[in-house]
Design a protein around this ligand. Structure first.
Ligand code: C2O
Ligand code: CU
Ligand code: CU
Length: 498
């Protein structure tokens, strides 16, 4: 296959159908590579950030290269250190199609949020003067171009942010990037028989979300991460389009959850198994002080190896105990006293049933959007009725429709329903951090504690949201399922804050 053709797999419009490969037939080499961390860009001294979305290539374990995309590099983007204060950002698009750069977890106004309304044309650049102010946490950034988010993120247009207040030493948290503070982007990828990474979603992949059979960490398969004999901080991003992981170590050693999407927890929470949904970030502390280094695994579905570690005895033991307290949380208002907004996540199967029952879901089609463009080989609607029934509250995403308006400074109680029966939807809201009140009628799990911007809807989730930044009708905030195929198919809406 030529480069020109494989380019289209990851970024272009043509769907060149290749049957899903059997994992076992992909021949990967045996020697293990050392895990590479993304290069670090520290914006604290300069107050500036320059990113360039550009084409690249990625070859896994000596297989044929896939044509990918990255920010400033072949695949994925640098880890960006940010702090409170002014930041002048410039994002250039050196690709052949519109992309954007959404700052997932940064509390910036809609104008700077990089959603679908802020697409950057090929050859153009976006600039913005941010005035950052938020808690230390681990946001990320990724392309969010209308109808193309799934393909863009899969192709590599994503990276992590270490948002810091410079006080981690005082907290007793590891903060030496690449030594005891590791940023890990976990993604599953699909490969063809020749070992080339591919993106070839069919209607089942849209329904379930596109999943691959191999797990990459920072764009590498089967790598090994050297760590000191001591406490190591792992900043985990589930950068997969759709796959959930249940992370654990092969020797079942406990680890400590210290931060979720939008900030640090009041106290570390001891865990042995931890679920991480697409778009969620979890910061954990792992004690490598004793025994051989363990392997990070996932127990969702078939057991999968995520990452191996090896003790690097040349590194000094710097932090040897887990801190007892971290960042205090302010009191939240009582959910019952707040205005309530309800969201029902609809997808093909369920709305199809409603169509059959005559529930008037046909109006969804009037909303068009671009659900089928992801597949790409034909006009919209090619996938048929089931696939265009993705939406929220019976309506597919429409860039021209503002779904509701919120008052700046307000607290609201949101109840999101959907999923269940094996389908879980990670529901994400732009421009806010929220608190989870309950999921599936039960109190929040450790994974749902702290400051969140993404919550798993398994039947139902209830959250309290505070709106602290503005978003106009020209650049509204999005809320959507972060299974990216669901999002692109229409499970998204938009709101203003003023
Ligand atoms: Cu990760 Cu709409 O975003
Ligand atoms: Cu976001
Ligand atoms: Cu979904």
């Amino acid at each position: 296959m030529t480069r020109a053709l494989s380019r289209r797999y990851l970024l272009g419009a043509a769907a060149l159908a290749v049957a899903a490969p059997l994992a076992g037939r992909v021949a990967f080499g045996q020697a293990q590579e050392r895990l590479r961390l993304p290069p670090l860009i520290d914006t604290r001294a300069s107050g500036r950030l320059a990113l360039r979305a550009q084409p690249g290539e990625l070859s896994i374990r000596g297989g044929p290269p896939a044509l990918t995309a990255g920010y400033n590099q072949n695949y994925l983007g640098p880890t960006i250190v940010m702090q409170n204060g002014p930041l002048a950002v410039r994002v250039e698009n050196a690709l052949q199609e519109p992309v954007s750069s959404h700052w997932h977890g940064l509390l910036v106004p809609g104008e700077q949020d990089g959603g679908p309304h802020k697409a950057i044309a090929p050859g153009e650049a976006w600039t913005g003067d941010m005035d950052l102010s938020q808690r230390p946490c681990t946001p990320w950034y990724h392309s969010h171009a209308h109808g193309s988010t799934a393909r863009h993120v899969y192709a590599g247009l994503a990276g992590m942010i270490n948002y810091t207040d410079g006080r981690d030493d005082q907290r007793g948290l590891p903060s030496r990037y690449g030594i005891d503070d590791l940023s890990l982007v976990i993604q599953d990828r699909r490969f063809d028989d020749s070992g080339r990474m591919i993106y070839n979603p069919d209607s089942t992949d849209i329904q379930n979300g596109f999943q691959g059979s191999r797990i990459l960490v920072n764009g590498q398969f089967n790598a090994i991460a050297p760590v000191p004999r001591g406490i190591v901080r792992l900043r985990l991003l589930n950068g997969s389009n759709a796959r959930f992981y249940t992370l654990h170590f092969n020797d079942r050693r406990p680890f400590f959850l210290v931060g979720t999407d939008g900030g640090l927890l009041p106290n570390p929470l001891e865990m042995t198994y931890m679920r991480i949904a697409p778009a969620e970030r979890m910061e954990i502390l792992v004690d490598f002080g004793e025994g051989p280094a363990p392997v990070l695994m996932s127990a969702s579905g078939l057991p999968m190896k995520i990452l191996e570690f090896a003790i690097d005895e040349t590194q000094p033991r710097r932090i040897v105990r887990v801190p007892e307290t971290l960042d205090a949380e302010p009191a939240w208002p009582d959910a019952d006293s707040l205005p309530l907004r309800r969201f029902a996540l609809n997808m093909g199967g369920s709305s199809l049933a409603e169509v059959k029952q005559g529930a008037g879901i046909h109006s969804v089609h009037a909303g068009h959007g671009a659900p089928a463009r992801l597949i790409g080989s034909g006009p919209n609607g090619e996938l048929g009725i089931g696939m265009t029934d993705f939406g929220i509250n019976g309506r597919a995403y429409d860039m021209k429709r503002i779904d509701f308006a919120v008052k700046l400074g307000a607290f609201e109680r949101w109840i999101i329903s959907g999923g269940g029966a094996g389908v879980l939807h990670p529901f994400h809201v732009h421009g806010v951090h929220f608190r989870v009140v309950s999921t599936a009628g039960a109190p929040p799990k450790p994974e749902d504690s702290g400051w969140k911007d993404t919550v798993v809807v398994d039947g139902q989730a209830e959250i309290i949201v505070k709106f602290e930044r503005t978003a106009s009708a020209d650049a509204p905030y999005m809320y959507h399922c972060h299974i990216l195929e669901h999002e692109d198919a229409g499970m998204m809406g938009q709101f203003t804050v003023a």
